[in-house]
Design a protein around this ligand. Structure first.
Ligand SMILES: O=C(O)CCC(=O)C(=O)O
Ligand SMILES: [Fe+2]
Length: 363
């Protein structure tokens, strides 16, 4: 009898996206596959995650395996995370020592087998580490690029709830835990969908999930760097090997030039005496403090255009007050003149700012 030829699964197709920023397609390498697992398998995975989180909350899982965002800088974000296979050191925002977290449980091995056999993931980049994120309503994960030492593609399976993931190069902070892309795209992650981030989408673009509308679970799968991998010298700058942005918007730790917000479990850090005095000073000078924060936001890649407008109007107010004090009889007239001049200056600033933003925006 002739041997039957093995028929390989056809390569999974999925939906692709494109977003040109300058000469770069930020979404090159991104593929979204829907319905990659059955509803029954989803139920099994959800039950597993819920039970593990319960154990984590009860202190039954060893420390780095189960984590929950807490402290002032987590801004109400209570996301829980469980790690298997490889430890991701959130404090240093890079892969940590091997052997600190348990290996994949059989259920996760089964999931990976399924994703590889069905060609959703390439067998040569078979994931051996996993972070499960459990979000409740209001929880988020800020814009970040996953650490460059992990092989690409990385992938995320969504369960329980549907939320959009923002993928792009620039985001504006709308409020705590909520971002809007100024150069990016919102990708709806349906239940049982697998988002694959390879190429530019995994290496250059950042991704984030804004404040969730309800509970959601994600299983992020990655292949770890080789066992002898060591952080690059550039990642060891500073006392603890971590360089932080001064006012760090909660997770923007800058490491070796990579803004890796996977450092998503910021720890409470109380202000020093001088920092407290500085903060007091800044809050009493409303206009100035806003200006400072706008610059810092900009440097961490988040353009706060709305604050720019506020800054201008408060500057205006300060100048008006000054002129009113100086004046001795012609206060109103002078005030009017200054306002006009100031208004023209503000208009010019506004126009300049708009132009800058246009140039920074996606094509
Ligand atoms: O929840 C998600 O879908 C994203 C998780 C993620 O980006 C991460 O763990 O690095
Ligand atoms: Fe990520």
């Amino acid at each position: 009898m002739p041997k039957r030829k093995r028929v390989d699964e056809p390569a999974a197709s999925g939906t692709i996206f494109s977003l040109i920023d300058g000469s770069v397609d930020l979404l090159e390498g991104l593929v979204l596959h829907n319905e990659v697992i059955s509803e029954e398998f989803e139920d099994e995975l959800i039950a597993f995650v819920q039970s593990q989180c319960e154990r984590g909350r009860n202190g039954e899982l060893k420390k780095p395996t189960y984590l929950r965002a807490s402290g002032a800088r987590s801004q109400g974000n209570q996301r829980e995370a469980i790690m298997y296979g490889g430890f991701f050191d959130f404090n240093r925002a890079r892969p940590g020592k091997r052997g600190l977290v348990p290996p994949f449980p059989p259920l996760l091995e089964r999931l990976v087998d399924h994703l590889v056999t069905k060609n959703y993931l390439p067998s040569e980049v078979r994931p051996d580490s996993c972070i499960i994120n459990r979000y409740d309503r209001g929880d988020c994960i800020p814009p970040h690029v996953d650490h460059s030492s992990y092989y690409r593609p990385i992938s995320t399976l969504s369960l329980l709830g549907e939320e959009p993931m923002l993928v792009g190069s620039r985001f504006r902070t709308v409020r705590s835990c909520t971002w809007a892309p100024t150069c990016g795209q919102s990708i709806p992650l349906a239940r049982r969908s697998l988002l694959v981030l390879g190429g530019n989408s995994g290496n250059i673009a950042k991704h984030c999930i804004s404040s969730c509308s309800g509970p959601r679970i994600s299983i992020t799968l990655r292949k770890q760097p080789p066992p002898d991998w060591k952080p690059d010298a550039s990642e060891l700058v500073g006392k603890k090997g971590v360089q932080r942005t001064k006012q760090g918007n909660d997770e923007s730790r800058v490491i070796g030039g990579v803004n890796n917000g996977s450092a998503a479990f910021p720890q409470k850090k109380s202000l020093s005496g001088s920092a407290k005095t500085k903060k007091k000073k800044m809050t009493s000078q409303v206009g100035r403090s806003v200006r400072v924060s706008a610059v810092k936001q900009g440097s961490s890649n988040e353009t706060r255009i709305d604050i720019g407008w506020k800054r201008d109007s408060s500057d205006n107010q300060v100048n008006n007050d000054k002129s009113a004090k100086k004046g001795s009889g012609r206060v109103e007239e002078r005030k009017g003149k200054v306002s006009e001049k100031q208004a023209r200056r503000n208009a010019r600033r506004l126009e300049k700012r708009k132009q800058q933003l246009l140039h920074r925006g996606c094509n």
